[in-house]
Design a protein around this ligand. Structure first.
Ligand code: GLC
Ligand code: CA
Length: 553
């Protein structure tokens, strides 16, 4: 594999609205990120991905952009961003922006012009179809947030436009070369400003299966999940290759795709040498629909990494702004503790690929325990989850409980800086509720405690970057160990060194035979410190929920 500058980096996702508010309006801002740059430096972060901060009506929290060339005043100004880029550079931290180009906002001037003249130049930037009341819609696709993907074009009773997300997010028509050119121009404008690259939003949706057609209904609303269309759409590669050539490749920019449903044969094109993207997220564990177990989790992430071995790099996550908190999802409720949070951290962090930390993960932030009222939350996707639950026969309380487990707002509650007012996030009124657990889980209480989750993340990053082990962690082979052993998640990383990650994901001890003797303990989540651990045989007993990262003889 050709070496690239991003291969050994550690990335962190900021959800700016909830990160740190410096002017008391209850909304996190760019200045808040600047103020915390030393926080990232101390942790060991190299790349900061900011969820969207462009001008936006915030119908979908900035994933609905009304001006690609400016910053929303609630987050700050272009000058603030330039300062963030410059201050980041001083600390060797690259800034990565979110690239949202499957759709824009209905308040973007392109869409306004399209409404004014659907047959004109900007009408062709979107998917606009003729439609009369009473007639069937162009197709029965269900938008990701619920309801039809078709909406009446404002001012035109006889026309509809396509939105696969919210109705305030009209899809851009990538079949139109003029639109594509506008997008590339915009991307390069940002790269020229000095950002390190982009996280590329919802990109798999840019290729539609045309002409529009129905798929079998999969709920009794008569509609069909977008996945059915995506499985049949082909030819996205031409758009992605063109975009990469016109933009990222010219700048050696880092690009990480939000990619789903890619086919095996497409992998080298997506993330191989000179692929469309530097890397893409591994969502295999996030996509598990059954009740989570350690074995399901293991099988998903192992399979994903075996699939790309020798081809390219995945970006590893346990959560993001679209998912509930990873510790609440992957660790059984009765086992949730600092020790298990650390275990989960090491398991995913030392896999091949680029580790991403989502804000708050490094202090072990958890889901909400309960939701009392739909109005306590904010996300535009909540209504569909709630209504569907009621429709399926759940009570109001059960539907709210489901939101406490599933809502994207779990990841969006403000960062818990301290146990003070509003968790130290703002001096004003926070835009979204603070998770009541902030009194126990916050950065201030962890920063001076060497046994805290936060320190464990710091140690984990330091270990991955330790010059003695770095090349093994970055380029070493990934070889699963005792894959079929129930509740054991274990693997080898083999390069200059032989490292093993061993996690006993259960409440009973578990004995295993190692392929050789342990030379050195590099990291653990138990009081057994690296210095006092000695093993004389290759057989070891892992205590309940014990994690060991070891160098082998
Ligand atoms: C991506 C984003 C999500 C957003 C959607 C539409 O999945 O991560 O937050 O709602 O795209 O832009
Ligand atoms: Ca603010």
């Amino acid at each position: 594999m050709e070496k690239k500058w991003w291969h050994n980096k550690v990335a962190y996702q900021i959800y700016p609205k909830s990160f740190y508010d410096t002017n008391g309006d209850g909304i996190g801002d760019i200045n808040g990120v600047i103020e915390k740059l030393d926080y990232f430096k101390e942790l060991g972060i190299d790349i900061l991905w900011l969820s969207p901060i462009y001008c936006s009506p915030l119908a979908d929290q900035g994933y609905d952009i009304s001006d690609y060339y400016n910053i929303d005043p609630r987050f700050g100004t272009l000058e603030d961003l330039d300062r963030l880029i410059a201050e980041g550079k001083k600390r060797n931290i690259g800034i990565v922006m979110d690239l949202v180009v499957n759709h824009c906002s209905d308040e973007h001037e392109w869409f306004k012009k399209a409404c004014a003249d659907p047959d004109g130049e900007y009408g062709k930037f979107f998917y606009i179809e003729n439609h009369k009341d009473g007639e069937p819609l162009p197709c029965n696709w269900r938008s990701y947030f619920g309801g039809s993907v078709w909406e009446k074009l404002p001012g035109h009773d006889d026309k509809v436009y396509l939105h696969v997300f919210h109705k305030k997010q009209p899809d851009l028509n990538w079949e139109n070369p003029k639109l594509r050119k506008e997008i590339y121009k915009m991307i390069n404008w940002w790269l020229d400003r000095g950002i390190a690259g982009f996280r590329i939003d919802a990109i798999i949706n840019i290729k539609k299966k045309l002409p529009f057609s129905d798929y079998p209904a999969d709920r009794d609303d008569g509609m069909t999940s977008m996945n059915n269309m995506l499985a049949e759409a082909s030819g996205i590669g031409e758009f992605l290759d063109e975009m990469a050539t016109e933009t990222f490749r010219k700048y050696q920019a880092f690009s990480v795709g939000e990619v789903f449903n890619e086919k095996d044969e497409e992998l080298p094109l997506f993330i191989g040498n000179d692929g469309y993207f530097s890397t893409m997220f591994d969502f295999s564990a996030e996509l598990i629909e059954e009740e989570m177990t350690p074995d399901l989790y293991k099988n998903a992430i192992f399979k994903a990494h075996e699939r790309v071995e020798g081809i390219g790099f995945l970006s590893n996550i346990i959560e993001n702004h679209d998912e509930p908190r990873g510790v609440s999802r992957f660790i059984p409720k009765d086992a949730l503790s600092d020790a298990t949070k650390k275990m989960l951290a090491a398991i995913y962090f030392l896999l091949p690929g680029i580790p991403f930390i989502y804000q708050g993960q490094e202090i072990g932030m958890e889901n909400l325990d309960s939701v009392n009222d739909l109005n306590e939350l904010d996300d535009c996707a909540n209504a569909d989850i709630y209504e569907n639950a009621i429709h399926e026969g759940l009570s109001k309380e059960q539907a709210l409980q489901l939101l406490a487990e599933k809502s994207r707002d779990n990841a969006r509650t403000p960062f818990q800086w301290s146990d003070g007012a509003n968790a130290g996030f703002t001096t004003g009124k926070p835009w979204l509720m603070i998770n009541p657990k902030y009194t126990d889980i916050n950065f201030a209480s962890q920063k001076d405690d060497p046994n805290s989750v936060w320190h464990f993340y710091k140690d984990l990053i330091a270990l991955r970057k330790n010059p003695e082990y770095e090349s093994t962690f970055v380029y070493g082979k990934f070889i699963p160990f005792l894959k079929r052993q129930h509740n054991l998640i274990a693997y080898n990383r083999v390069g200059d060194k032989h490292i093993m990650v061993l996690a006993n994901f259960q409440k009973d001890a578990q004995t295993i035979s190692l392929p050789s003797k342990i030379k050195k303990v590099l990291l653990t989540n138990v009081s057994k410190t690296p210095d006092n651990f000695s093993s004389t045989s290759t057989e070891i007993v892992l205590s309940p929920y014990e994690l060991l990262v070891v160098e082998m003889v």
